[in-house]
Structure formats: structure tokens, C-alpha cells
Design a protein around this ligand. Structure first.
Ligand SMILES: *Cc1c(COP(=O)(O)O)cnc(C)c1O
Length: 499
């Protein structure tokens, strides 16, 4: 409040904009140049390195009340953040399922942040652009034009949205109003035992509980055993439970296994179940002509979840969900609030209210980085890169099979290779310990970053190739290093005095 000696007109008016625009703009140019250099030279650096103690200490200081110059904040970034990130942009990063990003995507991020738009509703280019991106994927996935969709944070949220629609559409009573509390029957969702953990988490969040998921055994290639699944659904119905949905995997996270989506679509049609496909990365096989037959049947699903930040290398974080029945999708998430209503004309009179198709109200403008990157590269090339990664995975599998000390632990159906170092005189626990050690030492050397999983009861070094910078020689190096680290560790074991 102004005191008696001040008038309103004398009040100082603050802003967060810079006092010196030119200086900040100059810093901006330097930052851009630095990041371009960083990307260009990424191959020369270690993939990953642990955060040193003196750097860790920088993340323990309290809330800054006073400002520091932007240059100094940027210096702190260069010293304490830049060298110690995940390494996902490196040609030898193969952990989990992680995309590499692109330089143009980085620029798209800059534009997105500059606009700082909330892409929820309204007569804006942003809402129209996001609808267009969704339309592109509807066409590519063989979904009808009048299907609905939403850009989300990733396949986890996409699975949650799709399963919420499935629950709404297939529950025997109004779950939106009464929750699952009033249901007399237990809702059941089916999928293979290789189904991603985000599906189970979604069922927990939707009030169904993890026990509502029926994990069906797989065939030897880790695809779902459809006949067993069918028998289980029928048996559950006879027992008075309420099966609502089957989740098909287009690319399991452990091994890249592709479920028989045609068979699952048939089964869901026959039994009246919602057919959801988790195609987080494998769904993008539709872009590669040679791989597309692997996802035949995907176009018959009721909903599909997929990521743009994994195998399309759009900067984090963006995924998408498509839902065949737009009315069910809308009914699941629609809510009324007077302040969110649309008026005839004016800014609210836009083509869509994305908040009525998912949990978010405020939404980042995720579509721009996708739209720009896809336009810059084109879907043909993006598809070729997917195929290239699958060929590289096969190449690595061949190297593993040619090396007597290496053993493939799962068939290579797509872009994931699970293998380990073996030695004849070690038991199961010793082999697990040896391979754990190899993997950790490989990561700590900065040479490459595979991740790990368990295949059956065996510890596996897991290489997932969703990386447009990897070259064949990178896999040669990996195979050589795993073998060398294994031999070294084995020699150390043998030189230990007998207990
Ligand atoms: C990565 C992944 C998810 C989760 O996607 P996010 O983008 O990490 O949220 C779900 N399913 C599969 C098969 C995945 O690989």
C-alpha cells in the first residue's frame, strides 16, 4: 500500500524481465553456441560419470533469497550440471528405453519456452497444431480420423488415460460417479507377465488395485500366450468376476517382444473386452516398412499408448494416447467448471478443450517440438532410423553368439539385446555377481551405458538401441569390453586364495 507521502504514480513497478536486454541476449547466443558444441563433440566424452562430492555439495545450499547475475547462474550450470547428466545424447547410451534428442529439437524447446503458452484450449495455433500431430499418428497407426487423442508426458500417462477410458466404458456401473466402491464384481485387466510396470501402477491409481491385473504366462519368445489368456478370461467370468480389458504389448520393455495383436484383437472382439496396446516404443514400428507387419492388429485396438521421446527422439517429455471412441474418451475426463466454459467467439472459442481428455488442466505446449522435429526429419527417415536400430541389435546379437564367453538370454525380436558373460565353473549366484560387476564397471568407465534386468532367474546386461547416433563399431567396442572385463574379473577370482 502507498503511504501518505507517496502517490500510486510514484510506485516502483517491478518485472522479471532483464534490465539489460542486450546483455542477456548476448548470454543467450553464448549458451546456444556452447550447447551446439556440446552436442557436436558428444562422442569424445564419457557417456556418464558419477557426480563428485564437491559438486554434490552445490546441491545442498538453501533457498536463494538474493539474485546472482545470469552469467553466474549459467557458470554454475556449466560446472555442476552439464558434465553430470544421464548421457542419453551419447552414441553409446543404451539403458532402459531412452531417446537421444536432436539439435533441432533443442531449438524447438527454446521456441516453446519463449512462447510459454498453456496449450489447453482456445482459438490458438497451439491447439490446432497438437490436433494435427495427433491426426498424423491416427493415419500412421490406421486409426479412424474421428478417433480422439492427447499428447501427454509419456507412455505412463498414456496408459493411465487409456485404462481410465477402458474402466469407464466397460464397468457394469457408473464408476465415474460412484467409484469402484459400489461394484459388486471385481474388475479384471489382462496382459502378459512382461507388461510394463506403468500399467500396474495405473490400475493402482484407478482404484482397481494391482491384484486386478492378471499376469498371463508368455511363450518362449516372451509374447503373451493368447490361449491361456482366453481360458483365464472365461474362467474368471464363470467365477463372477468382471473382465474389462486386455493390454497387448507392442514391444515389451525387457526384451522387445511383440504380442500377437491380431489374435488379441480377435479375442477382445469375441469377448467384448477393451483392447489397449502399450506401444511405448515398439508401436513406432509402423513407420518402418520392414517392421510394420510385426504390429499388424494394432489398428484394431480401442486405444494405443506410445512415446515420442523414445524412438522418435523428440526432446523429453512427450508421449501420446489415441482412443478410437472419442465420445467415451471425452465422457471419462469431461468436467464442468464455469471458469473453463467456452463462449461464442473470443479466445475460448477453439477447436478442443484438452483438459476434457486427460488429467491435466495446465499443459505444456508439447506438440511444437514434435511438429517441428517431424517436419524437419520426415516420417520416412525417422522410420529408417528405427530399422537401423533393429539391424544394430541383430548385429550385437551376432557378436554375442560368435563370442564363446557371451550368452544371449532372450531372442532379439526388435531392438533389445539381453546377454551375459559366462564361465563354466561358476554357479548361478556367481554369474549374477560377475555380470553385475561387469555392468557397473562398464558404466563407471564412461565407455557405455547399458542397463540391466532379470530374464527368468538370470541377471542380464540389457542393451536397448533407441539411439540415432550409435554406429556398428560402438557395438564391437561393447562386446570387446564386456569380454575383457569378464576375463579380468574371472582372473581376479581365480587368483584369490581358496577359502
Ligand atoms: C517406457 C515405457 C513405458 C512408460 O513410458 P514413459 O514415457 O517412461 O512414461 C510404458 N511401456 C513401455 C513398454 C515402455 O517401454
Amino acid at each position: 500500500m502507498p503511504n501518505s507521502t507517496e502517490t500510486i504514480a510514484d510506485l516502483q513497478q517491478h518485472t522479471l524481465d532483464p534490465e539489460n536486454w542486450d546483455a542477456l541476449q548476448g548470454l543467450g547466443h553464448r549458451m546456444l553456441d556452447d550447447m551446439f558444441d556440446h552436442l557436436r563433440t558428444v562422442r569424445k566424452r564419457p557417456v556418464w560419470q558419477p557426480v563428485p562430492d564437491n559438486v554434490k555439495a552445490n546441491f545442498e545450499s538453501g533457498p536463494p533469497a538474493k539474485p546472482i547475475p545470469a552469467e553466474r547462474a549459467y557458470e554454475e550450470f556449466k560446472q555442476n550440471v552439464l558434465p553430470y547428466t544421464q548421457g542419453s545424447i551419447h552414441p553409446r547410451f543404451w539403458g532402459w528405453v531412452i531417446g537421444s534428442g536432436t539439435p533441432f529439437g533443442m531449438l524447438a524447446e527454446l521456441l516453446t519456452a519463449g512462447l510459454n503458452t498453456n496449450s489447453t484450449f482456445g482459438d490458438t495455433a497451439a491447439t490446432r497444431l497438437e490436433l494435427q500431430v495427433l491426426d498424423w499418428f491416427k493415419e500412421l497407426f490406421g486409426f479412424p480420423r474421428d478417433a480422439s487423442g492427447l499428447l501427454v508426458s509419456g507412455a505412463s500417462e498414456a496408459n493411465l488415460v487409456a485404462l481410465a477410458v477402458a474402466r469407464h466404458a466397460k464397468s457394469p456401473a457408473n464408476v465415474k460417479r460412484n467409484g469402484v466402491q459400489g461394484l459388486r464384481q471385481r474388475l479384471r485387466v489382462y496382459g502378459s507377465s512382461e507388461t510394463h510396470s506403468s500399467v500396474i501402477k495405473s490400475l493402482e491409481l484407478l482404484g482397481l488395485g494391482s491384484r486386478s491385473f492378471v499376469a498371463t504366462p508368455t511363450n518362449r519368445d516372451f509374447t503373451v500366450d493368447v490361449e491361456t489368456l482366453r481360458r483365464r478370461v472365461i474362467a474368471d467370468r464363470v467365477a463372477g468376476e468382471c473382465p474389462i480389458c486386455v493390454v497387448g504389448n507392442a514391444g515389451t520393455v525387457n526384451t522387445g517382444a511383440m504380442d500377437d495383436l491380431e489374435a488379441l484383437a480377435d479375442l477382445c472382439g469375441e469377448l467384448g473386452l477393451w483392447f489397449h496396446v502399450d506401444g511405448a516404443f515398439g508401436g513406432l514400428a509402423v513407420l518402418a516398412p520392414k517392421l510394420k507387419p510385426l504390429v499388424a492388429g494394432l489398428e484394431r485396438s480401442d486405444s494405443v499408448a506410445f512415446d515420442l521421446h523414445k524412438w522418435l527422439h523428440i526432446p523429453y517429455a512427450v508421449g501420446a494416447v489415441l482412443v478410437r471412441d472419442a465420445a467415451q474418451h471425452h465422457a471419462t475426463f469431461a468436467s464442468s467448471a464455469s471458469y473453463l466454459g467456452r463462449l461464442p467467439g473470443g479466445i475460448t472459442d477453439g477447436p478442443i478443450s484438452f483438459n476434457e481428455y486427460g488429467p491435466e488442466l495446465s499443459r505444456g505446449f508439447r506438440g511444437l517440438r514434435a511438429w517441428l522435429t517431424i517436419k524437419e526429419q520426415g516420417f520416412e527417415k525417422l522410420g529408417r532410423l528405427i530399422e537401423q536400430n533393429v539391424d544394430q541389435a541383430r548385429y550385437l546379437a551376432m557378436l554375442v553368439e560368435q563370442t564363446p564367453e557371451l550368452q544371449l538370454l532372450a531372442p532379439v525380436s526388435l531392438n533389445i539385446v539381453c546377454f551375459r558373460f559366462v564361465a563354466p565353473d561358476l554357479d548361478a549366484a556367481e554369474l549374477d555377481a560377475l555380470n553385475t560387476d561387469i555392468l557397473v564397471r562398464l558404466q563407471e568407465s564412461g565407455s557405455s551405458v547399458p542397463s540391466h534386468t532379470r530374464i527368468g532367474d538370470r541377471f542380464a546386461i540389457r542393451v536397448c538401441v533407441t539411439n540415432h547416433r550409435s554406429r556398428l563399431e560402438d557395438f564391437d567396442l561393447l562386446a570387446r569390453e564386456v569380454t575383457a572385463l569378464g576375463r579380468e574379473r574371472l582372473a581376479a577370482l581365480h587368483s584369490l586364495p581358496a577359502a
